[in-house]
Design a protein around this ligand. Sequence first.
Ligand SMILES: [Zn+2]
Length: 149
Amino acid sequence: MTNIPAAAGSAAKLKPLRPGMFNLPAQADMPVRLLGNRCRACGEPFFPKRHYCAACTSGDLEDTGFSETGKIDTFTVVRQQPPGGAIAPPYAIVRVKLDDGPTVQTIATNCDPEKLKIGDRVQLIAHRVMDDEAGATVVSFMAQPVKQG
Ligand SMILES: [Zn+2]
């Protein structure tokens, strides 16, 4: 594996909302693979990582990255701004079943939340949440609908 440094000056420095949640892409709005682990005994996947398997209690887990794509398992549309909320409604909170991994919850981005449907294909991308005091762009993973051909 080779890490390619970002071009100096051209792109803002990216920083994950929580360290180790995914590998940082070269720039925002690019696909990300979530980093979790999988039970060697029964195969159950976990994100975030666990020390013991929640399915069979084994402590034998291996680190892995999961598919960047999956489908919407269920969702809800937020229409009122929660206190201190950083995102302007309406937006959708989606539960995504990754193709080869666990089910994760996040926010749908780059889409009309009123047009989402259960079963829609999505891709996880690193989306800007805010800029920190050092000028880095803080990103989290969000779900972007996959355009159907
Ligand atoms: Zn297990």
